[in-house]
Design a protein. Structure first.
Length: 255
């Protein structure tokens, strides 16, 4: 199969990559490949058994469209001071702008407009004073709480939106290696049947970066998935951290 852009992983990184491509007017064919199931088919047997069944080949709680987000209580941290290195890489102002933008997308798809942690500034001020006295710094971080049930519906709505926008989605498709020819990346191999998926651009959003040497602007990343370390292929990478810890690696264009 041949596509223009192949996105590996349908967690928040893959989802936001596809969303942004479409919102920025990209007209090429986008294919998204995910190891797990679509949102509506994800089900954990623990609800019936009362214990973890150690599901194989993957856990439905952590794997599938939206990753672990669909089954979490969905707390979005809305301050650049919490989590990730993005402020160091791009500056606090751009980091906060990115967080606010990502949050606006969640709101578009039905996230609760209520924000925790900003309703009682006097109490925050008192806690900050006591923290200073104890030699601590209080980072007052606004939190948007999606809720487990709302998170599942929200991500299902995003999934439907992407499908209607023309994104081709392949579920139960685990990528086991990248296709390297003449020192260029041309796609990936899917475990089931060893099918090759080829693309002009490959975005690895699987959240399993084995080695990161660092890149954004002046920094450079060398990252590996599966057997990529054996090929010695260098990836051009763009690392983005927003409330959902969006990270994606864009492999260079193949010929």
């Amino acid at each position: 199969m041949k596509t223009d852009i192949l996105i590996i992983g349908a967690g928040p990184a893959g989802i936001f990559t596809a969303l942004e491509l479409i919102r920025k007017g990209y007209k090429g064919h986008i294919t998204l490949v995910e190891k797990g199931q679509s949102v509506e088919k994800r089900h954990c047997p623990k609800a019936e058994t009362g214990r973890c069944m150690n599901c194989k080949p993957y856990c439905h709680i952590t794997t599938g469209f939206s990753g672990a987000g669909a089954f979490s209580d969905g707390k979005l941290s809305l301050s650049h001071e919490v989590g990730g290195d993005l402020p160091t890489l791009v500056g606090a102002g751009l980091a906060q702008e990115t967080i606010d933008y990502a949050d606006s997308i969640y709101l578009e798809f039905g996230a609760d407009t209520h924000i925790e942690g900003i309703s009682d500034p006097d109490k925050v001020k008192d806690i900050r004073r006591r923290a200073i006295q104890a030699g601590l710094k209080l980072v007052d971080c606004p939190i948007r709480h999606l809720g487990t049930e709302k998170a599942q519906k929200l991500y299902h709505d995003i999934q439907n939106w992407l499908e209607k926008a023309g994104v081709e989605m392949h579920f139960n498709a685990e990528c086991e290696n990248i296709i390297i020819e003449d020192n260029e990346c041309h796609g990936v191999l899917v475990r089931e049947g060893g099918e090759g998926l080829r693309a002009r651009y490959l975005c690895v959003c699987d959240g399993v970066v084995i080695q990161v040497k660092c890149t954004f602007g002046k920094i450079y990343i060398r990252s590996y998935i599966a057997g990529a370390d054996r090929s010695g292929a260098a990836f051009y990478a763009d690392v983005t951290a927003v409330p959902t810890m969006v990270k994606f690696l864009c492999v260079r264009q193949s010929s």
